[in-house]
Design a protein around this ligand. Sequence first.
Ligand code: GLA
Length: 392
Amino acid sequence: MGDCDSGWVSPRDLADRVARDYAGAFGHAPAGVWFAPGRVNLIGEHTDYNDGFVLPFALSVGVAVAAGRLGNGITVSSRQCAGAVVTAPVDGLAPGAVDGWAAYPLGMVWSLTQAGYRPGSTTIAIDADLAAGAGLSSSAALECAVGLAVADLHGLPVVRAELIRLASKAENEFAGAPTGIMDQSAVLLCQAGHALLLDCRSGASDDVPLEPGAAGLALLVIDTGVRHALTDGRYAQRRRSCEAAALALGVSSLRDLPDGPGDLTGLADPELRRRARHVISENRRVLAAADLLRRGDLAAVGQLLTESHVSLRDDFEVSWPQADVAVETVIAAGAIGARMTGGGFGGAVIALAPVTEAVGVRMALDEAYSRHDWAPPAIWPAVPSHGARRLR
Ligand code: GLA
């Protein structure tokens, strides 16, 4: 949802603020407030649409919506877009009818109607303390917060597994971003103190303990300041390359290939070979990371994070200069691993560092960015948090 600005706000003030915005815009108190978090993918990038494995966790920051059952059709307003208001009739929604930020909330309502649900008129105010386009799933958070609110308000019997599919459909078909199911799954299923190991083929998931503080470690999210849009064609191009590689190798998806030398000799095109090598090796790293977490060895995951970054940089070619500099800098300054996170071409880096090194890491990043004439990156410790829920 990269076309509106979002500054950081204390999460505890978000529910109050969005309820006030709602009352200001619509003249009465909302019926409720719902919240959906952003997510950081610990490891498992560009594996979800290859039927593979991912290991994301939910953040404490995200998107809040205040909603009520009034109005005529669906009306959405967004603080991050200076209070802009968009209205559409529930039955008149169709892909292509709306673009920009409003495609995500209205696409979610469209997706519910496509599944046979009949939500009534709804007014919605939106607020966020999560930057859009930062690789932290602001789009999925917006879809899922709206989906939960509309389902709750109108008594629609949509279970979370179905909401994941409907939110993905909204993103793919209404907003036009050909993404996989990781983000919506993370936003809706994650538990506090855990990462979510998700098998994107079967949909099976497992909560894996992730409590960096208890190990004297911090998971630092570094917003590189570069914004990306998953609708700009480069993400879709990577997805097509993976499908072409699977077809050439005679498998239904790259998930079906074991990790090992020689398996890719059937691919004549060196670029497709690199793309496939990333996906295959990344699946192995996700499963290895989940095993280490189950054994309580978070520190050993650091090496896997850095290997993932190198693979995304050199084989999948979705990293960007500010991310590469951030990864190199934090490791030189004492982090035990780091990688770009999310779809790539902009967004955030995640670093695993001893708590005692966090200040040094921050100073080193500021210095490195200033040497390149880049604005200092925003950095904050990520706490694995609860998935989407009703706040009041
Ligand atoms: C974006 C997409 C996800 C996933 C990641 C890359 O976040 O929304 O579905 O493909 O990129 O791992």
